[in-house]
Design a protein around this ligand. Sequence first.
Ligand code: 6PG
Length: 243
Amino acid sequence: MVHGELKIYPDAKELSVAAAERIAASLQAMLQEKENPTLALTGGKTPEAVYELLGSSPYVDLIDWKRLHILVGDERSVPADSPDSNFGMAWRSLLSKLRMPHNRLHRMRGELDAEQAALLYEQDIQKLFPGPGVPSFDLVLLGMGADGHVASLFPGTEWDEERLVVANRVPSTGASRISMTLRLLNHAEEILFLVAGPKKAEALADVLENPGCTLPAARIQPVKGNLTWMVDRAAAALLRKGV
Ligand code: 6PG
């Protein structure tokens, strides 16, 4: 059972090329419709090659980046210049090449106490989306951990789904994280999951084919938007053929 559309690519390189093309096309379509679309980036290693492509020709000049508001779905509790920072990775691979006004780059303050950073980020988001209702991002990029986590929402952890952004911890290390909640992520207009590598195969099969799966990645089910899983063949290895 697949939530949304599933696209399988031969390897991580082809996945990255296809993802850059898809993201660029979505952003261009949104920029036709809206003055300031919102894009939430994912962290981790998988998207880095995609961001490098988007920060290079032709995409770097093709898209009117300065009109976007760019956010991150989650962050580690580290300063932006830490090699572990998601924003730092996005800055090096993409954001530093876009000459964007800094008030359109929305960084989670990983250098602060995670709960304080989460509250500040909620305030930042609410300034972007004044008024009632759950903010709806135009495009959200997500990755999935081998354990089925999404953003920094890990299996076996608890968080307040009434919130938009929460502090959480990595169960295996106790490391502190800041993360958008499922409620916020699921209100996006468009969600793209980027999943590559054999380590993800077991969780991906569980999420996409086990109706009773309760892993956080399985709980990404857009309220009104669309969801596309862009995966490589290694991550798709345990899916029933012809899914
Ligand atoms: C993070 C991410 C996280 C990531 C998955 C997959 O902070 O690490 O936001 O949710 O998307 O862990 O990470 P990889 O792409 O490195 O496998």
